[in-house]
Design a protein around this ligand. Structure first.
Ligand code: PAF
Length: 286
């Protein structure tokens, strides 16, 4: 079932709720790939009913980002969801979500803003306001769908950490399930933005996972000094086609910075390849 209106979605799922069926929500921006399918699969395993939202959220994109260009493939997304047992694909328009007047002028909208200590680093540093946009739309989706569980990929680890924090701080009665990153055989983490890359760009992009794997290997060999672990990356960064935006190691839950890594530390990387911003991360312990 494809639903585009908030009221219709509420009407459609209300019998599930009356029957005490558990509802799983998989929030997405569409252009679905095997990474999203792994979230759908996890939701199917844990919940009676699965709702996938497909919404390219304008308020989480900066003015110079790829909102207009972001791949929109609703027909294919719907087919994929139907073939994988999803009960409802919810795909509202920006006007349906925010009201006509609020799409371009976000000074008339109530926002949910995560704490600065979670957003002043990694993607939040260059994508000002991005996580306000993410938390606001996720909160709206939670209120519209009222799921019991919601599924997010660990690929966007900072997003997942911030959403868990939001759910805790705002007492939202939804269990957040983080699902492991899905990679191509080459190691490249699946992302809707990989569609922008040429074959040679995809090859260049392998450096992200190689750097992360190497950091984890060094940690496993007993190196814990974070500055030293970060320095191990430089030998991989000899390709002019790859522009490093950040490489950091922080705590997996609090995003706190420490001098020495432990099993809960996570290495995060962002690079530009062929103008495409790619992110990846790895936990250092098992
Ligand atoms: O990860 C995404 O695709 C988006 O940030 C999300 C969570 C669907 C919110 O728009």
């Amino acid at each position: 079932m494809l639903i585009k209106k908030i009221n219709e979605l509420r009407e459609y799922i209300s019998p599930y709720k009356s029957n005490n069926e558990s509802i799983g929500l998989v929030p997405t921006m569409g252009a679905l790939h095997n990474g999203h399918l792994s979230l759908i699969k996890a939701a199917k395993e844990k919940c009676d009913r699965v709702v996938v939202s497909v919404f390219v959220n304008p308020i989480q994109f900066g003015p110079n980002e790829d909102y207009n260009k972001y791949p929109r493939t609703l027909d294919a997304d719907y087919e994929l969801c139907s073939a994988n047992g999803v009960d409802v694909v919810f795909s509202p328009s920006p006007a349906e979500m925010y009201g006509e007047g609020n799409i371009l002028s976000n000074d008339n909208l109530t926002y949910v803003c995560p704490p600065f200590s979670y957003t002043d680093k990694l993607c939040g540093k260059s994508r000002i306001g991005h996580f306000d946009g993410v938390c606001t739309v996720v909160n709206k989706l939670f209120n519209i769908v009222q799921p019991d569980l919601a599924f997010f990929g660990e690929k966007d680890a900072q997003q997942l950490i911030i959403i868990k924090k939001m759910v805790k701080d705002l007492n939202i009665p939804i269990e957040i399930i983080g699902c492991p990153i899905v990679r191509e055989d080459t190691g490249l983490a699946l992302s809707s933005r990989n569609k922008y890359l040429t074959e040679s760009g995809k090859n260049d992009a392998l450096v992200l996972s190689k750097i992360l794997q190497n950091i984890r290997k060094c940690y496993k060999q007993g190196i814990t000094d974070i500055e030293y672990l970060k320095e191990t990356a430089f030998s991989f960064l000899n390709n002019n086609n790859v522009e490093l935006e950040y490489l950091e190691i922080y705590d997996s839950d609090s995003l706190e910075c420490t001098k020495f890594a432990n099993d809960n530390s996570r290495a995060f990387i962002a690079c530009r390849v062929e103008g495409v911003r790619l992110i990846d991360n790895i936990k250092l312990g098992d």
